[in-house]
Design a protein. Structure first.
Length: 188
């Protein structure tokens, strides 16, 4: 009698220990999935915050170029429309055209060396880094989700998972094949 109750108690204790260990493993895995998703969320937020800066920088350079070109064109037209014999008027117009051309040459000089685009290059590099970090975060999340899903679906841990309401985690996947394509970005 004493031996059978000791055996039953040992079996109950072993089952209880297994339940506790499995439950704690499921909790840990669920927390890892949540942490991994938070990592993706942070990277996506950083990217979302960077994109307007990138757009504004490009717009700023395009606007600067367009202003410069417009100014050169305007000054050229003024210089051509100065009445014949108006030397001081023509000198003033040519002086303004020279200034506008100087600004245009400064812009043109900066593009081949990409000196005028340092901020843009920094933003572009940051975006590249963020894309890489998003990819790593996604892999980490999917790995965490896989571990949880295996534990939730495997016997006998699935009995504990079902009993305590642990569910499978969704993978972070791209559904649209067009989203999988690498975007073709050209900066002109």
């Amino acid at each position: 009698m004493f031996d059978s109750s000791l055996i039953i108690l040992a079996i109950v204790a072993a089952v209880a220990i297994y339940v506790i260990v499995t439950y704690n493993a499921l909790v840990r895995m669920r927390q890892m999935v949540q942490e991994a998703w938070s990592g993706i969320d942070v990277q996506l937020k950083r990217r979302a915050d960077l994109i307007p800066n990138l757009v504004e920088t490009v717009k700023g350079y395009a606007s600067h170029e367009s202003e410069t070109l417009q100014k050169v064109t305007e000054m050229r037209t003024r210089a051509q429309n100065v009445p014949a014999g108006d030397v001081s008027g023509r000198a003033a117009a040519e002086g303004m055209l020279s200034q506008a051309l100087g600004r245009l040459f400064a812009v043109a000089e900066a593009y081949p060396d990409l000196k005028a685009n340092e901020n843009f290059l920094d933003l572009q590099q940051t975006l590249e880094t963020l894309e890489s970090e998003i990819q790593m975060s996604r892999r980490y999340y999917n790995g965490s989700a896989r571990e949880l899903n295996v534990k939730v679906e495997s016997f006998p841990s699935n009995l504990i998972a079902n009993q305590f309401g642990f569910g499978k985690a969704e993978y972070f996947e791209l559904d649209d094949p067009a989203d999988r394509a690498v975007p073709n970005v050209k900066f002109a």
